[in-house]
Write a protein that binds this ligand. Structure first.
Ligand code: GLC
Length: 522
């Protein structure tokens, strides 16, 4: 790294789940013009980039992660012209645009799959993973879908008498990446969006892109055979070569593997991923000890070869404010502390829409459940305005929202929070602005500190500027007893507790409230 940070290191990347962000036409589903209409919010958040979950043509079995045409926008989200308008408007504000790329599987309605399934002799038969059954009426092997409700990762096609692989839903057949024609066709889908001007890709379910070509069962194997196979890395280098045909583009991978040693192999050598989502970190319990170990592990394994990417929420996991509540009632405060952590750790923060509002999961009545894997609560629409003023759609839609609006919308909507300096939204804006103005928080060095039991603390420094962040994970106040190698006094720059006064503090007198996070300048 010579000059300044790369754009994807500088500030947060904000994840938009288009169905639930903003609906411009009243059909109850968010769309691309809705996003364009809300760029003020994203700009005020100081986001470096937005990552858009899929908006491609799709029958929506998995709400867009089942792509029927990689080169077009689904009518529910708008048109290609709407996409170009969003891209242009974002770029005009200096906001980069990262799109989701779903290379492992298409929709079963994609023309490639229709042709593939039409007969055993179809020239596209080998574009997907077909195999005879086990001879006893069962599938070829013991591989399971990522979704427990789906069960086996194989479905029988009655007409041709063979089974096809689907690592997710049956409506999402796995493409056969062992076939070079498939690889080339998928590379072309990257070029299609790169030519339009996108700044990068979030690569969906990357670990699934390479499996044992002999389709042997997992049982008895030392390592799973249905993912992360040795062919993975050449395949990923091929993808990287395509993005490197264009200037300054970025690849972030969804590497959903719970072993950091393996995750880091996707990042090595500068010719694979720029960033990998760290699921080990995202799946941690709310424990200072666990967080400290996980951060240290990543630093130890990856230092020198990889830049960290931190996230605690996305469209696939319960929201931070709910998940970390643990019956303490501290969920909202912990969600604020989590934001301080994300914005001040060394690495790129990924923030999921609504996290800046501290949204909890929505209650989904049984008759409104639509997702196969229980992910509706975190996908509830963003409340933009108080329902008392904007109607039951909370400024998200004038129609009937596709998922219920979160119960706390009256207090937690964006408009109300923007007017309140004590709100989570105001805190997030302050953290983003600080990071933007502070080189030490961008590329600065990081050192773990041990300030007290249950307190996660670290120092960031660059060019003589030294900052300390500390988060109290306990449900009770904690005094910072051992102040290891630090000066006696510091300036309190930010606290996640709006009641805490800023200014000069004596470190030895500082007691952090339950779930309080602070940023101090030494
Ligand atoms: C990824 C996506 C998830 C989707 C799955 C299949 O895990 O984040 O939403 O269901 O891949 O594409």
């Amino acid at each position: 790294m010579t000059a300044g940070p790369a754009w994807w290191q500088r500030g947060a990347i904000y994840q938009i789940y288009p169905r639930s962000f903003a609906d411009s036409d009243g059909d109850g589903v968010g769309d691309l013009p809705g996003i364009t209409g809300r760029l003020d919010h994203i700009e005020a958040l100081g986001a470096e980039a937005i990552w858009l979950s899929p908006f491609y043509r799709s029958p929506m079995a998995d709400f867009g992660y089942d792509v029927a045409d990689y080169r077009d926008v689904d009518p529910v989200f708008g048109t290609l012209a709407d996409f170009d308008a969003l891209l242009g408007a974002a770029h005009a504000r200096g906001i980069r645009v990262v799109v989701d790329w779903v290379p492992n599987h298409s929709s079963d309605q994609h023309e490639w799959f229709r042709e593939s399934r039409s007969s055993r002799d179809s020239p596209r038969r080998d574009w997907y993973v077909w195999h005879d059954g086990d001879g006893a009426g069962g599938p070829p092997n013991d591989w399971m879908s990522e979704f427990p409700a789906v069960g086996r990762a194989w479905s029988l096609d009655e007409a041709t008498g063979q089974w096809y692989l689907h690592s997710f839903m049956a409506e999402q057949p796995d493409l056969n990446w062992d076939n070079p024609e498939v690889e080339a066709a998928m590379h072309d889908t990257l070029r299609f969006w790169l030519d339009r001007g996108v700044d990068g890709f979030r690569v969906d379910a990357l670990q699934r892109l390479a499996h044992d070509p002999l389709l042997r069962s997992n049982a008895g194997a030392a390592r799973r055979r249905d993912q992360d196979w040795e062919t993975m890395h050449d395949r990923l280098r091929g993808i990287r070569r395509v993005t490197d045909e264009y200037e300054d583009r970025m690849l972030v991978g969804e590497v959903a593997i719970d072993d950091l040693h393996r995750v880091v192999t996707f990042l090595n050598d500068g010719d694979q991923l720029h960033l990998a989502h760290n699921f080990v970190f995202a799946d941690l319990p709310w424990s200072a000890e666990a967080f400290a170990l996980s951060i240290a592990d990543f630093e130890a394994l990856a230092s020198g070869v990889a830049w960290p990417a931190w996230f605690l929420g996305n469209h696939d996991m319960p929201r931070v404010a709910t998940r970390f509540d643990g019956g303490t009632g501290l969920g909202p405060a912990r969600a604020r502390a989590a934001l301080l952590l994300l914005y001040t750790l060394r690495g790129t923060p990924f923030v999921f829409q609504g996290e800046e509002l501290g949204l909890p999961d929505a209650e989904i009545p049984a008759d409104r459940v639509v997702d196969v894997d229980g992910r509706d609560p975190e996908r509830a629409p963003v409340p933009w305005r108080p329902p008392s003023a904007a109607g039951p759609g909370a400024g998200f839609t004038t129609g009937e929202p596709w998922l219920p609006i979160v119960g706390a919308a009256e207090a937690l909507n964006a408009e109300t929070q923007a007017a309140d300096p004590a709100s989570t939204l105001s805190l997030t804006r302050r953290l983003a602005a600080l990071r933007r103005a502070t080189p030490a928080l961008q590329l600065g060095a990081q050192r773990a500190l041990r300030l007290a039991e249950d307190v996660l603390a670290w120092e960031r420094s660059a060019d003589g500027d030294r900052l300390v962040a500390a988060v109290n994970f306990a449900a009770a106040p904690v005094a910072l007893a051992a102040v290891d190698g630090l000066p006696g006094r510091a300036a309190l720059v930010v606290s996640t507790d709006p009641a805490r006064a800023g200014g000069d503090v004596a470190l030895a007198d500082l007691a952090l409230g339950p779930a309080e996070g602070v940023l101090l300048r030494l």
